[in-house]
Design a binder for this molecule. Structure first.
Ligand SMILES: NC(=O)c1ccc[n+]([C@@H]2O[C@H](COP(=O)([O-])OP(=O)(O)OC[C@H]3O[C@@H](n4cnc5c(N)ncnc54)[C@H](OP(=O)(O)O)[C@@H]3O)[C@@H](O)[C@H]2O)c1
Length: 340
C-alpha cells in the first residue's frame, strides 16, 4: 500500500507522515519546497520515503507524483485557494483522495463539481477527515440508524485547551468570511452565529456556552441522514472580525502548538437527534490530542480507501465507512463514544 501526503511540510501533514510511518505503509511526501519536505522526512527517519516536488499550478507534475499511489491525504491551507488541484490530479491519476479541510464552502463545491467525474474515474473523495468533523458525521449516521428520519439534528463540537495552527488560522479566516449554513427542509440556508445557550458536554465540568457555527458536518450529513433541520454549534464565540488579520500578523503567529500543549487539548462532541415521534437519541464522543487525532483520522480514512472496498465519487464519511467500525478503530488514541 502506497499513500501520499500533499502539504507534507505543514503541521498536520507532518503528523500524518509520522502516523503513516508508524503503520509501515509506503509513503510519498509531495510539496512545493524540497527543503521543507526533507524536514518531515528527517522527522520520521529511519523510515524511507519518496519525496516529490510538485507545485499546485503544475497539474502534470502533480498527477505524475500521484501515479502509483493508492490514496493521497491533502493538508493544504486554505482549501478554498489551494484545494482543487490535488483533487483534479488524484482523479487523473486514479488515486483515492482524503483531506483535512474544515471549510464548508469548499466542501460544498467539491460535492457539486467533482461527484460524477470522480465516480466515473473510480476514485473516492472523502473530505473533512478531521478530529471533530469525521466523528460527528459518523455519530449522526448512528443516530439516524436508531431513530429513523429526524425532525431535527444538532451537532456540537466542543474543543478545549487547544491552540490553533497557522494553517488553521488561514482557513478560519476564509470560513469566517461566510455565514454559517443551516440545513432546513432540503436546502442549505445562510444563518447567523447566534448564541444557542449552554450544554453539558461529556468530559467537561459544568455547562459550556455554544454558538451556531460553520462547519463541514452541515454539508455532509444531509447526504445520508434524513433530517428536516440540522445545525452545528461550537464553544467558540464568533470573533469580532477575524478577516481583519493581515498577512504579516498571520506570518508572525506560531506554526502550531508544541507537543506538550497539543497533548493537553480535548474534544467533546455531542449530537442530539429528535425523531419524528418526539423521542430523542443522543450520541457523544470524547478524545484528547486534537491535531494528532486529525492526522490519525485522515490516515485511517486513507488506508481504508486504499484497500479499495469503498464506493467511488465524492462521499460523506458515513457513505465511505462503517460508522461504528471506524470509531472503534480510534480507541487506541483515547477516543470514547456511545449512542444513548
Ligand atoms: N477540525 C478541522 O477542521 C481541522 C483540524 C486540523 C487541520 N485542519 C485544516 O488542515 C489544513 C492544514 O493545517 P496545517 O496546520 O497543517 O497548515 P500548515 O502547517 O500551514 O500547512 C499547510 C501546508 O500546505 C502547503 N501549502 C500551502 N499553500 C501552498 C501552495 N500555494 N502551494 C503548495 N503548497 C502549499 C504548505 O507548504 P509549504 O511548507 O511549502 O508552505 C504546507 O505544507 C488547514 O486547512 C486546517 O484548517 C482542519
Amino acid at each position: 500500500m502506497k499513500i501520499a501526503v500533499y502539504g507534507a511540510s505543514g503541521y498536520v501533514g507532518h503528523l500524518a507522515a509520522r502516523e503513516l510511518a508508524r503503520r509501515g505503509v509506503d509513503i510519498v511526501l509531495i510539496g512545493r519546497n524540497l527543503e521543507r519536505l526533507r524536514e518531515t522526512e528527517a522527522a520520521i527517519a529511519p523510515k524511507s520515503v519518496e519525496l516529490k516536488l510538485a507545485a499546485l499550478d503544475d497539474p502534470r507534475a502533480l498527477t505524475e507524483a500521484l501515479h502509483g499511489c493508492d490514496s493521497v491525504i491533502s493538508c493544504v491551507a486554505p482549501f478554498v485557494f489551494w484545494g482543487e488541484p490535488v483533487i483534479r490530479a488524484a482523479i487523473d491519476a486514479g488515486c483515492h483522495y482524503v483531506d483535512t479541510s474544515g471549510e464548508p464552502v469548499f466542501i460544498k463545491k467539491v460535492f457539486e463539481d467533482f461527484s460524477s467525474v470522480a465516480e466515473q474515474a473510480g476514485v473516492a473523495i472523502v473530505q473533512a477527515a478531521t478530529d471533530d468533523c469525521l466523528p460527528s458525521n459518523l455519530l449522526a449516521q448512528l443516530i439516524a440508524k436508531r431513530a429513523g428520519p429526524l425532525e431535527r439534528l444538532t451537532v456540537v463540537h466542543g474543543l478545549f485547551d487547544t491552540e490553533i495552527t497557522r494553517g488553521t488560522l488561514r482557513s478560519y479566516i476564509e470560513i469566517s468570511k461566510g455565514k454559517p449554513y443551516v440545513f432546513k427542509d432540503g436546502e442549505w440556508l445562510a444563518s447567523t452565529s447566534e448564541a444557542l445557550g449552554a450544554i453539558d458536554l461529556p468530559g467537561e465540568d459544568g455547562l459550556t456556552a455554544i454558538w451556531r457555527s460553520a462547519g463541514p458536518p452541515v454539508i455532509s450529513i444531509p447526504r445520508h441522514v434524513e433530517t428536516r433541520y440540522l445545525e452545528l454549534a461550537t464553544n467558540f464565540a464568533p470573533q469580532d472580525n477575524p478577516t481583519a488579520l493581515t498577512p504579516e500578523m498571520i506570518e508572525a503567529a506560531p506554526v502550531g502548538p508544541s507537543e506538550e500543549v497539543r497533548l493537553r487539548s480535548r474534544l467533546s462532541v455531542v449530537a442530539i437527534g429528535l425523531a419524528e415521534d418526539g423521542s430523542e437519541v443522543r450520541a457523544h464522543l470524547t478524545a484528547p490530542d486534537l491535531y494528532n487525532l486529525t492526522a490519525v483520522v485522515a490516515v485511517e480514512a486513507a488506508v481504508r480507501l486504499a484497500r479499495g472496498d469503498t464506493p467511488s465519487g465524492a462521499l460523506a464519511p458515513a457513505q465511505a465507512f462503517d460508522a461504528a467500525d471506524f470509531l472503534d478503530a480510534l480507541a487506541p488514541w483515547g477516543v470514547k463514544w456511545a449512542v444513548q
